[in-house]
Design a protein around this ligand. Sequence first.
Ligand SMILES: [Zn+2]
Length: 155
Amino acid sequence: MVCLTYGWLFGITIMGIIHMGLQAGTIPASCKGVLMKALCLLLLCSVASAGEWKQEYRIVTATAYCPCPICCGSNSDGKTATMTDASKPGVAVDRSVIPLGSKLDIPGYGNWQSADDTGSAIKGDKIDVRFADHQKAKEWGVKRLKIRIWTKEKK
Ligand SMILES: [Zn+2]
């Protein structure tokens, strides 16, 4: 997904530069066709390399947590295991069960949430869902849920 997004952003930026170059007359109009073909190829490559998302369902025990010292102890440095912002939503997983970077649809929490954290107590079918606020995490508590896991198929 990241590859795809960057590919498109890159493509759109280049397209803008080419357009400006044509307007300003710094790029001869005869080059336009070649440049556009190269650009299309680049975009196609970025789509192909992005791979396919595959989905599976799993019954898990989900526990809410927040980045505070009560929930995270000495790990409460405001960053997740993947260095993302721990005050933003995300999910801690056993990476041998759910790969980091997977997207998770969790009833009562949200869809397309990133598996971006780990924890010593998070093993097997346990996951932890992250809240910014300790009170909110306590209210959500612990739930036994069927979640959908989206993983990128490796090529
Ligand atoms: Zn907390």
